[in-house]
Design a protein around this ligand. Structure first.
Ligand code: GLN
Length: 526
């Protein structure tokens, strides 16, 4: 097992996750099996209880792990399925060590950050790296992205652990990539000082960058690379620019052009086999059409729905349709705006804020034959809308929102739960699709597996009433409703699950493909 450690300097939000995922893609294109670990230095056990407006989307893994959105990037770039052990947090590490201490595993010892916490970090990294994929194979190379910025108090034990790893592993099994910012000054010149300082901070911790990836607006000149090379003790070939590109999936190609593959091959002593270029062809295919989709959301930031954004892009790529997204504020948009879009998407969410705006948008999509895709909360709101406006249950609502007729009810197993962390219906569940439905047309198979994250469901007491009135529940997990659709509508489809989490550029998600195709058909009728 070889390790590629990725650290970050200067500031957060540089795209370390995309850099890590792109490094992985470059190596995968050469036939290596890649896995990835994300280290998040916060004290939360996982991202499940964190506000997405602050931290970005909570990504859901097949085993139900609620994790950092970077794991979504790894899965999408590398076409792998990870588990929660691939997201290591301070909370998880300390909990494990304290549990061991209480069990008496360290009897007699003083339990300390070094060596006990650092040993646990190294063990957790190794266990995740060596975990088998579902086909029983193991990775050749593990990417380890250390979240945060070098110098943060929180990341110290993790940086110490990856420092120790260099000494413990054979020389060619370890490489450290440091991602920094190369900003522009007021004259437009690229400046290297922040990188120099950040390398200095790294050195103070005993860490050495073998490769520097500099995030910049335009590629770094040879002269600037020479300067970085001189100040930061690495050959010029180890300085790679990561200039801003229109689409994140083009980053591997850009870094490949900069010589990153050769630098990695040198450090890790890799053969340079034939490169599979299919990824590069896929992500640069020309679009022939364009559609505009409205996403009605209560959050001001797009990072909350990063997987939806990407899933629309994957579906669009497959159909050569560029999907433009317009974000509508659920509490503020004007109803007359809705007719401007080729399709309407209602994403997942929690709480009552903004739901009336979302229900209004669903009603518009249903009555005006505009393609509609509802996801999780979007599925639940489509049931509420149908109950209110077609069945005539004026006070139809979800138990989550308060008083009324609960056509959406708490899952029975959620009753009386006292802990909020990690207790939703999470991760992979199968659904059986009914014959002759849109769901069957989209997926083309009877049994599907998709990822979930919810506490409420379509109330079994109202299913037959809703079905008699025309809303068809087209897939089920036992007696739990997994999708709904309207046979009389060009494309009206909602899922209790989140198909976006399994979407990849190389494997677009069927409901998204169907939706984007329907948006295009709708646009043609205008
Ligand atoms: N709030 C809803 C529930 O808990 C929907 C969740 C979601 O959209 N992820 O069931």
């Amino acid at each position: 097992m070889k390790y590629v450690i990725i650290t970050g300097g200067v500031m957060s939000g540089l795209g370390k996750g995309i850099t890590a995922a792109s490094v992985g893609r470059i190596l995968k294109n050469r036939g290596y099996r890649i896995t990835a670990v994300k280290i998040d230095p916060y004290l939360n056990i996982d991202a499940g209880t964190m506000n997405p407006a602050q931290h970005g989307e909570v990504f859901v893994l097949k085993d139900g792990g609620e994790v950092d959105l970077d794991l979504g990037n790894y899965e999408r770039f590398l076409d792998i399925e990870l588990t929660s052990s691939h997201n290591i947090t301070t909370g998880k590490v300390y909990r494990t060590v304290i549990e061991k201490e209480r069990r008496g595993d360290f009897l007699g010892e003083t339990v300390q950050i070094i060596p006990h916490i650092t040993d646990q970090i190294k063990l957790s990294i190794r266990q995740a790296a060596e975990e088998e994929f579902s086909d029983g194979t193991q990775a050749d190379i593990c990417l380890v992205e250390v979240g945060g910025t070098v110098g943060d108090i929180e990341s110290m034990p993790f940086l110490e652990a990856v420092r120790q790893m260099r000494g413990e592993l054979p020389e060619h099994d370890y490489v450290l990539i440091h991602v920094t910012l190369i900003p522009k000054d007021t004259m437009g010149d690229l400046k290297t000082k922040p990188t120099q300082h950040s390398i200095k901070a790294l050195r103070e911790l005993g860490l050495y960058a073998d490769i520097i990836v500099g995030r910049c607006e335009r590629p770094i000149s040879a002269q600037t690379k020479r300067k970085i090379s001189a100040f930061c003790d690495l050959p010029q070939s180890g300085v790679i620019s990561a200039a801003t590109v229109p689409d994140i999936y083009e980053v591997p190609m850009e870094m490949e052009k900069e010589g990153l593959a050769d630098a990695l091959a040198k450090h890790l002593n890799l053969d340079q086999p034939q490169v599979d270029t299919s990824w590069y062809r896929l992500v640069t295919k020309e679009y022939t059409n364009r559609v505009t989709v409205a996403i009605v959301s209560k959050y001001g930031i797009e990072d909350v729905y990063i997987s939806i954004k990407e899933a629309l892009k994957h579906a669009g790529r497959a159909l050569s349709i560029e999907v433009k997204i317009v974000w509508l504020d659920a509490e503020r948009y004007e109803k007359c705006q809705l007719k401007d879009y080729d399709g309407i998407l209602i994403p997942g969410g929690f709480g009552i804020r903004g739901i009336e705006g979302k229900i209004g948008a669903i009603q518009f999509a249903r009555e005006s034959n505009v393609p509609f895709l509802g996801l999780c909360l979007g599925f639940q709101l489509c049931v509420i809308e149908y109950a209110r406006n077609v069945l005539g249950i004026a006070d139809a609502t979800s138990e989550e929102f308060g008083e009324g007729t609960h056509v959406i009810a708490l899952l029975p197993e959620q009753e009386g739960l006292t802990e909020l962390g990690g207790t939703m219906r999470l991760g992979d569940y199968t659904a059986e699709i009914k014959d002759g439905t849109l769901a069957m047309k989209l997926y083309g198979q009877k049994m599907i597996t998709e990822r979930h994250r919810h506490r409420y469901e379509a109330n079994p007491q109202y299913i037959s009433k809703l079905e008699k009135a025309g809303l068809i529940f087209s897939s089920m997990n036992k007696n739990r409703m997994e999708s709904a659709e309207l046979p009389t509508h060009p494309f009206f489809f909602a899922t209790q699950f989140h198909p976006e989490f399994k979407s990849r550029p190389t494997k677009p998600s069927p409901p998204y493909v169907g939706f984007v195709e329907a948006c295009r058909a709708n646009k043609l009728t205008k």
